[in-house]
Design a protein around this ligand. Structure first.
Ligand SMILES: Nc1ncnc2c1ncn2[C@@H]1O[C@H](COP(=O)(O)OP(=O)(O)OP(=O)(O)O)[C@@H](O)[C@H]1O
Length: 294
């Protein structure tokens, strides 16, 4: 039996001629907190939707809590909290009505937590009792997060949960995530383009590129080991470098991204005409997700 909470094997998904996921393998262990990164259109939402059994696969298999994702039991469903990229709230209901509706569906609904978050996140009596469609985009996003946290899920999947939030809303959400959700041992997978948030929260990063997870590791370790080596091609040894991830050519120079501190790197750093640079998370994102111009 697998010990993974999510187990994706050779998952393939296309929309018409567009191949979005290409024999993707991915595991998420219980308690892991993973930031999912990728360019616009890389397939992050598709991956998360497939993971939750919301999209039919063209190939491969996905297991969640040891069950087929496409046929989850009610018990497994009750263990999932999901904040989709596009809010699927019932717009004609008021926040109070919508939360009451969902409360009836979940055996483990923490009413006190919902009340606490509503008051802390600016839902006064007026807002709680006007139709959701009249709330701003950020308010709807906050409500969607409250709904996803209310039943204290074991697995929380967040698809760009802070995209519509102002800096205060983002800080409040991240605090809640770190102090409450992660503290409780919840497994969290979330996609975001706000890299500074990831540095504060995600313990692991996964890069989605060309339909697969191109790189995954602990945020600190990824950044600590990542280097860009820029040199004329003849200054580099033949073959791949230790820990080589990507290689691009710009004019007369070759740029190699490696994920390895070691003797080879030290040797190279001492050679004339060779530049070895540390990478920020933004650099790493750009390097890991850009097209290779061999
Ligand atoms: N229902 C659909 N029908 C057709 N094509 C789709 C559908 N959903 C997604 N796609 C296509 O699949 C690709 C991946 O989309 P997806 O929304 O998963 O990317 P993403 O990484 O979440 O992007 P973003 O960062 O912009 O939110 C895109 O090219 C998109 O146009």
């Amino acid at each position: 039996m697998s010990t993974s909470l999510v187990q994706m094997s050779s998952v393939t998904k296309h929309f018409g001629a567009r191949q979005v996921l290409d024999r993707l393998d991915w595991q998420v262990a219980p308690g892991q907190v993973i930031g999912l990164l990728g360019r616009n259109g890389a397939g992050k939402s598709t991956l998360l939707e497939c993971m939750l059994g919301l999209r039919e696969l063209d190939g491969g298999s996905i297991q969640l809590f040891g069950e087929e994702a496409a046929a989850l039991s009610d018990r497994a469903r009750a263990g999932i909290g999901y904040v989709p990229q596009k809010s699927d709230l019932f717009e004609w209901l008021t926040p109070t009505q919508m939360l009451d509706y969902f409360q009836a569906m979940y055996p483990r609904w923490n009413k006190a937590k919902v009340e606490n978050l509503l008051s802390r996140w600016g839902f006064d009596a007026l807002k709680r009792n006007s139709p959701i469609r009249k709330l701003s985009g950020g308010e709807q996003q906050r409500l969607s997060i409250i709904r996803a946290l209310a039943h204290e899920p074991e697995l929380l999947v967040l698809d760009e949960p802070v995209s519509a939030l102002d800096p205060v809303g983002r800080r409040d959400f991240l605090r809640e995530l770190v102090d409450q959700v992660i503290e409780r041992g919840t497994t969290v997978v979330f996609s975001t383009h706000i890299l500074s948030d990831l540095e504060r929260v995600a313990f692991d990063l996964a890069f989605l590129k060309d339909g697969r997870i191109a790189l995954q590791g602990q945020t600190d370790a990824l950044l600590e080991g990542a280097r860009r080596i820029v040199a004329a091609p003849h200054a580099l040894p033949a073959g791949r470098l230790d820990g080589e991830l990507r290689r691009t050519h710009e004019g007369a120079m070759t740029s190699v991204i490696v994920q390895a501190a070691g003797a080879q790197l030290e040797q190279l750093a001492g050679k004339p005409g060779v530049r070895v640079e540390a990478l920020s998370l933004e650099d790493l994102f750009i390097e890991m997700t850009r097209e290779v111009n061999k």
